[in-house]
Write a protein that binds this ligand. Structure first.
Ligand code: SF4
Length: 285
């Protein structure tokens, strides 16, 4: 996986080991076990057309690019993230997605996810307009780390486009550590709060980054205070090259249980999600 770290994160990593660990490569990435998967969620198998993955009847995942503002070393899609040329999606590709959705009337939710859709703002605006015109679509979700990874890339044109969407529009900001809540990122959050976008956050539970009750409590409390619901914390997938980020079960459970007992505000109780590794299931079938 290529290395890409914005100036913003480079500066931040000088005083934050948690940021450094997320974005700077480690020799341990090449030291993977036989258990690890290249595509742990079997997304390639469920990709009928370029940039679109459908694993569930009612929702689809759309990848408008394989580029991101910075590349997270723990990325589940590290098999293909950074492959910017092959991941390039055109307006014609979006039109093919529209045709596909129309042929599946059960689909009601679109999820734009990583590669980061906010690094291709013009294409995102085009896709939002097209998808939101489909009467069957009632929910749109956009996942991004741009406000965290490179706030300068955040584009006001996208915010204007958000305000034109009539469907419920969720913006999921991926926060892993309280050090990511910089003044630059907070400014973007303030701008977003003035729109009708519903702000949520999801995190990945990462060894050496946020595998501590105090760190998670600080992060989730601050997010709730900012009006961002921290709705999910994912167990790091068993992905090749990122195994050193996986927290052992022995450490996870006490942390999980203490959070249920002690977190003072129910709003900051994230759902702890351990995704069934589809690739693992198929291996043992
Ligand atoms: S922003 Fe998301 S898609 Fe991009 S590298 Fe990070 S985790 Fe992967």
């Amino acid at each position: 996986m290529l290395v890409k770290i914005s100036h913003h994160l480079k500066n931040l990593s000088k005083k934050s080991p948690a940021i450094k660990k997320q974005f700077f490569p480690s020799d341990r990435e090449n030291n993977f076990s036989k258990r690890a998967f290249i595509d742990p969620l079997l997304e390639e198998k469920f990709s009928p057309i370029k940039g679109l993955c459908q694993k569930y009847p009612r929702r689809i995942l759309v990848e408008l690019t394989l580029n991101c503002a910075s590349f997270c070393r723990f990325c589940t899609r590290r098999r293909k993230i950074t492959d910017i040329i092959n991941g390039q999606i055109t307006k014609e590709d979006v039109d093919k997605m529209i045709k596909y959705i129309k042929s599946k009337p059960d689909i009601n939710e679109i999820i734009f996810s990583g590669g980061d859709p906010l690094v291709v703002p013009n294409l995102l605006i085009y896709a939002l307009k097209k998808f939101s015109n489909l009467p069957q679509i009632t929910i749109i979700r956009i996942h991004t780390r741009v406000p965290i990874s490179d706030p300068k890339l955040f584009n006001q044109k996208v915010v204007t486009a958000f305000s034109k969407i009539k469907q419920s529009l969720y913006l999921s900001l991926h926060f892993e550590h309280p050090d990511e809540l910089t003044p630059e990122t907070l400014k973007i959050i303030e701008r977003l709060k003035k729109t009708r976008v519903i702000l949520i956050s999801q995190s990945v539970f990462l060894k050496g980054v946020n595998d501590s009750y105090e760190v998670l409590k600080k992060l989730f409390t601050r997010l709730a205070e900012l009006g961002i619901r921290p709705y999910y914390i994912y167990h790091c997938d068993l992905v090749r090259g990122a195994e050193h980020f996986i927290v052992r079960l022995k450490k996870r459970w006490p942390l999980c249980l203490s959070s249920v007992k002690i977190f003072p505000v129910s709003l900051i109780l994230s759902t702890w999600l351990i995704r069934p590794t589809d690739a693992a299931k198929s291996r043992y079938r």
